[in-house]
Design a protein around this ligand. Structure first.
Ligand SMILES: [Zn+2]
Length: 434
């Protein structure tokens, strides 16, 4: 089976404040595994649950049923091999998304394995329906190819008389990869099939918002259907499998809803530039000021959660509440703002005419305290915070009609539909089940 989409750090603030749900998997608790083809691979702690469940059900239930003549030790060994190859298959599915994304100049942050499968984390969505079709479609194709490969391996093993162990494992892997391909092709966001569906509607109508709404409605219907099906299955005497299915359905539903929210935020923001959103001429702090003074005179007196830092009149960085919290309280008297701040190189800096959709992407990718510094020819012109954007989006959502917005504004500013980088992130998730 398969599913898809999540994000991390401060960008989530923008989205969740806009009504989107951040109740998704995998945040902040990941272990790094290594890298393949230049992509960072990590695993969420929740993944160990599915690792255990897959291994246990294979070696204790599925293989003993399918190859009863073999001993418990052999079943355990088969379970181990099949589990490793199952997760390798998931990884190959995600790698195929990541490779095509990279070929289409969409940055890939990495690949994460989590309780429902895997996901390729990208920072933005494809620019054209064609790119979306290719990036989404390649995953199920990869799973289908793997199914064929394992099926052929099983036939060869049987043909040369290699005994039932290899053929049983290969047949299982063929079946699970086939199931992955089919499930992922269901036409609901955020499944790959939902993205393919969206790309087709988007390509046919030229209207990305409508396409996103249809695909996300599809995802909600599929999610609801799986929840009902899982509930019935649980009542019919398969509690574990039923609950698992219902859980996946619920996960799909929340992701579908969130994906549409992200798109709406993007649609509302498109056509605006950084200069429209920034707080002009913000209060700046001298790098030599102690943290104690910073807290007493600024953080405790004004509502701002971050300030640009200057040294001899030159902008050198940004200091936020989070930066201060990272320094032990006992050192606040001696440590300076310059010690605690995020240096300019680590901050998001943009010109006043940067598109707001690009600002959001940059803030999302950097996660630097949820703030961007607006620079006009080397001079600090203003500051943009994630919470300012979130408040504006919340207001705009019930004051402005969705969809009509960007085309109307497009006439004014000269960019409408089809601007680069559609609706938020483009993560591709693949979900598996033993
Ligand atoms: Zn996929």
């Amino acid at each position: 089976m398969t599913i898809g989409g999540k994000d991390r750090g401060d960008p989530a603030k923008v989205r969740s404040a806009s009504g989107g749900r951040s109740a998704v998997a995998a945040r902040g608790s990941r272990l790094r595994l290594g890298s393949i083809l230049g992509f960072e691979i990590d695993i969420d702690h929740s993944w160990f649950v599915i690792l255990f469940l897959v291994f246990w059900s294979l070696s204790r239930v599925i293989f003993p049923e399918r190859a009863p003549a073999l001993g418990t030790g052999t079943h355990a060994l088969m379970g181990m091999v099949a589990t490793v190859l199952f997760f390798a298959s998931l990884l190959a599915h995600e790698l195929s998304h990541a490779l095509v994304s990279r070929a289409k100049s969409i940055p890939v942050e990495g690949i994460t394995l989590f309780i429902f499968g895997g996901m390729a984390r990208t920072t933005r969505e494809p620019d054209t329906p064609r790119d979306e079709l290719l990036i989404a479609g390649v995953g199920p194709l990869m799973s289908l190819a793997l199914a064929g490969l394992f099926w052929a391996l099983g036939r060869v093993a049987t043909g040369v008389g290699a005994g039932p162990a290899i053929a049983t494992v290969a047949d299982y892997l063929a079946l699970i990869n086939f199931a992955l391909a089919v499930f992922n092709m269901l036409p609901g966001f955020p499944l790959d099939g939902g993205r393919v569906f969206r790309a087709l509607v988007w390509g046919a109508t030229g209207d990305r918002t409508t396409a996103t709404r249809w695909a996300s409605n599809g995802g909600r219907w599929i999610g609801t259907f799986l929840m009902v099906l899982g509930g019935l299955q649980a009542l019919a005497g398969a509690p574990l499998g039923g609950l698992w299915l219902a859980f996946i359905g619920w996960f799909l539903r929340s992701l579908a809803q969130m994906a549409y929210q992200q798109h709406v935020v993007h649609d509302l923001l498109s056509g605006y530039v950084a200069g429209d959103f920034m707080s002009r001429d913000p209060v700046v702090i001298d790098a030599g000021v102690s943290l104690e003074v910073l807290v007493a005179d600024h953080f405790m007196r004004a509502r701002y959660g971050g300030y640009p830092v200057v040294d001899g009149g030159v902008l050198v960085g940004l200091v936020t509440l989070e930066d201060v919290k990272a320094v032990p309280r006992a050192r606040w008297a001696s440590a300076t703002v310059g010690d605690a701040m995020t240096p300019l190189a680590g901050c998001v800096t943009l010109p006043p005419d940067a598109e707001m959709t690009a600002v959001l992407e940059a803030m999302s990718a950097a996660g630097a305290g949820g703030r961007a510094l607006v620079m006009d020819g080397g001079r600090l012109a203003g500051i943009i915070s994630a919470s300012d954007i979130a408040r504006w989006v919340q207001r705009a959502q019930w004051m402005l009609p969705i969809g009509a917005r960007s085309s109307a504004r497009g006439n004014r500013i000269g960019s409408g539909h089809g601007e680069p980088g559609g609706g938020g992130r483009g993560d591709h998730v693949g979900v598996g089940r033993p």
